[in-house]
Design a protein around this ligand. Structure first.
Ligand code: OGA
Ligand code: MN
Length: 284
């Protein structure tokens, strides 16, 4: 198997893959090794990359089919496979993606088949801040008591996008459409990774708002407890971006969050990124 140069980023998760140019056509062996590294470390960082949208898409496709994206207003004009996460104004109005991912979440958890992973590539970053934080949901699950693990194994939660409080700050027509297109769905609260066989908590703050068969009031303390355990500092990796970084996260083993840790009203603080997204398969 192709040997990668790997440098771990924190005790909990994350690894930098060094000395690799992902714009190149990588060998099948290298892709197998990267897939294994992702299962092992949950988040992979590739620094100093120079990717066209087509190269970013081609690299993503080496790991499986792309998720079809539906949020038309946020997609790259020539490459609709790319979701643009940016605070640059669009047609003179603030971008609707400038506050993407402010809460702890799992990507596309509000759809019937949450995506396998996401690959976020930084084109422009603020001089300070604009970080992304990742939490290892397998380690979070493993850290619970036997009793609590047994109690939550087999439960499912209802994911409802309309519960996102920040939507009130966004374009009402766009958010109404997103909510209408994504009715509530159920997912397991604990899911099993198809590559590693490890179990992980599957949460999203606000969206996974209720355990099936329980009221919201009954569910809240349980889900809040699990969330607090998952985001304990020692269970996280905080990524400080440089332009040219591509971060590839395994959506089945991590949750992530973009704290608003910079001043978006300062025009010097441009944050402009491209994200590709890997489709399912469903988890058990
Ligand atoms: C995302 C996301 C957070 C960030 O693109 O899925 O949550 O730091 N982004 O931009
Ligand atoms: Mn996200």
């Amino acid at each position: 198997m192709s040997a990668l140069s790997i440098r771990r980023l924190s005790d909990a998760l994350g690894a930098e893959v060094e000395d690799i140019d992902i714009a190149q056509d990588l060998s099948g062996e290298t892709v197998v090794a990267l897939r294994q590294a992702l299962a092992d470390h949950c988040v992979l960082l590739f620094r100093g990359q120079s990717l066209t949208p087509a190269q970013h898409i081609a690299f993503t496709k080496r790991f499986g089919p792309l998720q079809e994206l539906t949020l038309a207003s946020y997609l790259h004009q020539e490459h609709p496979e790319i979701f643009v996460v940016s605070n640059k104004p669009v047609d003179g109005k603030p971008s609707d993606t400038r506050r993407t991912g402010r809460r702890w979440h799992t990507d596309m958890c509000y759809t019937p088949q949450p995506c396998r992973g996401s690959l976020l590539y930084a084109l422009e970053v603020p001089p300070v801040g604009g970080d992304t934080v990742f939490a290892n949901m397998q380690r979070a699950y493993d850290g619970l008591s036997d009793g609590l693990r047994a109690a939550i194994d087999g439960l499912s939660t209802v994911h409802d996008l309309s519960k996102v409080e920040d939507f009130k700050n966004r374009d009402p027509a766009a958010t109404a459409k997103i909510v209408a297109d994504n009715p509530p769905v159920e997912h397991p609260l604990v899911w099993t990774h198809p590559d590693s066989g490890r179990k992980a908590l599957f949460l999203s703050d606000q969206i996974a708002y209720r355990i099936t068969g329980m009221t919201e009031a009954e569910s809240r303390p349980i889900l809040d407890y699990l969330l607090v355990q998952a985001i304990r500092i020692e269970n996280t990796y905080r990524h400080q971006w440089r332009a040219g970084d591509l971060v590839f996260w395994d959506n089945r083993s991590v949750m992530h969050c973009a704290p608003e840790d910079y001043d978006m009203s300062d025009p010097a603080n441009v944050r402009h990124m491209h994200r590709t997204t890997l489709a399912g398969p469903p988890m058990v």
